[in-house]
Design a protein around this ligand. Structure first.
Ligand code: BGC
Length: 866
């Protein structure tokens, strides 16, 4: 979205009312201050002086800002996406950190805080007041297109990351915006889907990270999501916005909408929304003036929204220091070396080594002569996934460049080959003939999104590649356009028909790429529907393999555009055994080692749509071909979560999950491969063997023809579900290998307070028993299996990332508060501990917990409220 810049005038009125001159350097370190009664009094009198029209205008944003009110000397309050760099700054680059799932894989609270602070500094340098992050929605299924932005499947780990990130950021004088509240755990139908989640599950799984952001980190803003939660849109859902967040959690910041996530001005005004973004389309004069006059919305409710916006501005010091266009503090650089260091550390710490057969890694540079780097993510590098989180770095080190830099002149010789066609190449290499026998396909375009009525144009296209579909781009005829006026947003649909001739019988890959939100497509092969993303877009870039006989096959591709996004479309067919380039196979056979850089990118994993569980088209075949040619095949995957590895996991010795590693991903990858950095990441989400093993698999999509997504698995999400269902995952939650070995010993558990407020200390020794320095993530799980209420087998309630030199032992101490033992009692409407013995287990993943001890909480009051 085009971002408007505002000229900021120093608000003399507020300079007078807020006489404290804030030292900018001090602001950069100190957490945001509380609003004083004097400031509140002045804000109240400012509100009193506003007309109703001015008030209503103020609660509707303008682009990426709270609007300026020059007449009242109120400055614009600027916003920027996030969350892994300062994105929305008129296209200017910004430090790009490892995305949220990678940060969670580091289990490093300090790193979260360093990244938060780094983004805060970048925001200050660019005149930004609100960063639109962190995103904290729970990873429920690997298919969610935005998992990469979030902190994984466990609310305790996600909360720790969110608190570190928000605290670090807000310490620089920039407000974080925790998003997307609530139940936004998938990207299909995101404006319309209704997340139906029972109260206990909300309290125990989907709410705690928001709760920690509000209560522990005092986040300045919460962003309401697009979807409905239990029957009402999040932006007008007073149960959660008002009763829970405002009243129960005492949130005093701003509740803003996601961009175009407001659907009813009166309901939103009464449902807890303070600020409609990006414009006041519904919370607008036309709707709210009559509503105030008729008493449907009280003027006091509108005043309260303004009070929250101005109080937040006062709390962060924005009303008494200018923060425009990077001129605010010349001491803060656009490109900060501390930020670059944090970005590199985020890539180093986030990578999870999942398989390392025969200790193939780390590689010895002097013993390896040639490495083939192959795969779609090898070059250019893929720093982040797509959508609003897509930051542009100043510089980006791809895996290929990382290896070349690290190898230097004396190290291994690095060869490169992409190995697979791009989606555009695949589409352009796929030839069709029309029914009239001409080369290409017949394309009929309809002025609606239902392929109805007579087409408004019929043309021939050589291939299925279209970079965007709007009626204007297709119909260059003012008369036709005039007839279509009023059709807003302009909707269009197309039917592409042609014949594909298979040169030989065999297994063929069919791949499609669409635009996600607002679009839809489906493919019929020989009259049979083989892809159906028409009403519900399951993936941006789906693919399937089918058996084809030699000869002609009819292909019909239908696509539609019905929303705000430009609907590009690509489609191609290739024989499975031809998809991998011959050159890649030849080079792989001669190289000492092959690195396959596999995974997704901004077109295949992004906001506004989901992704496939399978790797994008051709990548399974690429890995299999490389493994067949070279026993030393290392696979590094760029993704927001697990991918289907069944085709090749047993054939490759090494698998590394690198997530979206930010600007320095290639450097960190090379450091890990060559042993300069010891991998230390641990999975923040369970990696299933098969798609159907996921606890939410059967009910991830809406029920029947409805838009209701039933969270039937309840609290048994992620490892809680695998353990409850007794399903063995491929790699469990918390899992991650190292080049050294660790030993846990001497667990001591001591209650430090009892009764209604039980606190427990757990301490143990952790030793590096190997020969390299490394970091271990010590994880503490609590099991309350005596409870009559169904509980997960165990739940993460403490962790510590510990750096250890070879032979070194550190004593680790973890304090547990009452929540560590409680469940949410929906009848009593409070967190409750069932008195009894709890088991505490410590180890390095949810299934490897060598230390065990029990703690007696029989005296814990059953009705503890906290
Ligand atoms: C996304 C938000 C983002 C906003 C502004 C929305 O589409 O869901 O996460 O902050 O756009 O770009």
């Amino acid at each position: 979205m085009l971002r408007l810049r505002h000229t900021l005038r120093v608000p003399t009125f507020l300079l007078a009312l807020l006489p404290i001159i804030i030292n900018l350097a001090a602001v950069a370190q100190a957490p945001a201050a509380a609003v004083t009664p004097a400031q509140q009094g002045k804000i109240d009198s400012l509100i009193k002086g506003m007309t109703l029209a001015q008030k209503i205008d103020y609660i509707g944003g303008t682009g990426f800002a709270v609007r300026a009110v020059p007449a009242l000397n109120l400055p614009a309050l600027e916003m920027s996406d996030g969350p892994y760099g300062t994105r929305s700054n008129a296209g200017f680059p910004s430090t790009t950190y490892a995305a949220g799932i990678g940060l969670a894989a580091s289990w490093d609270r300090d790193l979260a805080s360093r990244i938060g602070a780094g983004i805060g500094r970048d925001a200050r340098a660019r005149g930004v007041h609100f960063m639109l992050g962190p995103g904290v929605n729970i990873y429920r299924s690997p298919r969610n297109g935005r998992n990469f932005e979030y902190f994984g499947e466990d609310p305790f780990l996600a909360s720790a990351m969110a608190v570190g990130y928000i605290t670090g950021m807000q310490g620089t004088g920039v407000s974080a915006t925790i998003k997307h509240f609530l139940g936004n755990n998938s990207e299909f139908l995101r404006h319309d889907s209704d997340s139906v989640i029972d109260e206990r599950t909300l309290r125990e799984i989907y709410l705690p990270t928001f709760e920690a952001g509000v209560k522990k980190a005092h986040v300045g803003a919460v962003m309401d999501s697009y979807n409905l939660v239990n029957g009402a849109h999040a932006t007008q859902n007073s149960t959660y916005n008002t009763d829970l967040v405002r009243k129960e959690w005492h949130f005093d910041g701003i509740m803003m909408s996601d961009w175009n996530a407001t659907y009813d001005g009166v309901a939103a005004a009464n449902g807890g929304l303070d600020l409609e973004m990006p414009t006041g389309k519904f919370m607008a004069r036309a709707n709210l003036e009559p509503a105030v006059q008729s008493g449907k919305v009280s003027e006091a409710a509108i005043d309260e929204k303004i009070r929250r916006i101005l109080s937040t501005a006062a709390r962060f010091g924005w009303l008494d220091r200018p923060q425009p266009n990077g001129q605010a503090d010349p001491a803060i650089s656009y490109l900060d070396t501390r930020n670059n260091a944090a970005a590199l550390d985020s890539a180093r710490e986030s990578a999870v080594l999942l398989k390392n057969a025969n200790a193939l890694l780390p590689l010895n540079k002097s013993q390896i002569k040639t490495i083939l780097v192959v795969g779609p993510d090898a070059f250019p590098g893929v720093a982040v996934g797509g959508g609003s989180a897509g930051v542009v770095p100043f510089h980006l080190v791809s895996p290929l460049e990382g290896l070349i830099n690290s190898a230097g002149a004396s190290g291994p010789h690095i060869l490169y080959e992409r190995g697979l066609p791009t989606m555009v190449e695949l589409a352009r290499n796929t030839d069709f003939t029309t029914t009239g026998g001409k080369p290409g396909l017949t394309v009929q375009t309809f002025p609606n999104d239902t392929l109805s009525g007579p087409p408004i144009s019929t043309t021939t296209a050589p291939h299925v590649t279209s970079s965007g579909m709007t009626i204007e781009s297709i119909v260059d005829n003012p008369d036709v356009m005039a007839g279509l006026s009023g059709n807003t947003p302009r909707r269009a649909s197309r039917r592409w028909s042609g014949t594909y001739t298979a040169a030989a019988p065999g297994r063929y890959i069919l791949a499609v790429e669409g635009a996600g939100e607002g679009s839809g497509n489906r493919v019929l092969l020989d009259g049979k529907l083989v892809f159906d993303d028409w009403s519900l877009v399951r993936a941006f870039q789906p693919h399937i393999s089918v058996d084809l006989t030699a000869g002609a096959h009819t292909v019909v591709i239908e696509d539609k555009q019905g929303g705000n996004f430009s609907a590009h479309l690509r489609f191609g067919i290739v024989r499975e055994d031809k998809v991998v380039s011959d050159r890649a196979k030849q080079l792989a056979a001669t190289a000492d080692l092959v690195l396959v850089s596999a995974g997704f990118n901004h077109s295949s994993e992004s906001e506004g749509g989901d992704r496939t569980f399978a790797l994008p088209f051709g990548q399974d075949q690429l890995i299999e071909a490389m493994a067949a040619a070279n026993l030393k095949t290392v696979v590094a995957v760029t993704s927001g979560g697990n991918v289907d590895s069944t085709a090749w996991i047993d054939r490759v010795p090494v698998l590394l999950e690198t997530w979206y590693a930010g600007q320095s991903g290639g450097t960190a990858l090379a450091e890990i491969l060559f042993g300069d950095v010891n991998p230390s990441g641990h999975l923040p989400a369970t990696f299933e063997r098969r798609a159907e093993d996921n606890p939410a698999f059967a009910n991830y999509y809406p029920e029947g023809d409805s838009k209701r997504v039933l969270y039937k698995e309840g609290i048994f999400v992620g490892y809680r579900g695998y353990q409850h269902n007794k399903v063995n995952p491929l790699f469990p939650f918390g899992y991650g290998l190292s080049y050294t070995t660790f030993k846990f010993a001497n667990l001591t558990v001591t209650p430090t307070s009892a009764g209604t407020d039980p606190h427990v200390n757990a301490s143990f020794d952790l030793t590096n028993t190997g020969t390299r320095k490394g970091a271990e993530v010590a994880q503490l799980y609590v099991a309350g299996n005596h409870s009559k209420t169904p509980r997960p087998v165990r739940e993460l309630k403490g962790f510590e990332r510990v750096d250890l030199a070879p032979g070194e032992t550190k004593h680790v101490s973890i304090n547990l508060d009452p929540r560590a033992f409680a469940f949410y009692d929906t009848a009593a409407k409070k967190w409750t501990i069932d008195p009894g013995n709890f088991t505490l287990e410590v180890g390095d993943n949810v299934e490897s917990l060598p230390l065990k001890a029990t703690v007696d909480l029989t005296s814990a009051a059953a009705s503890t409220a906290f």
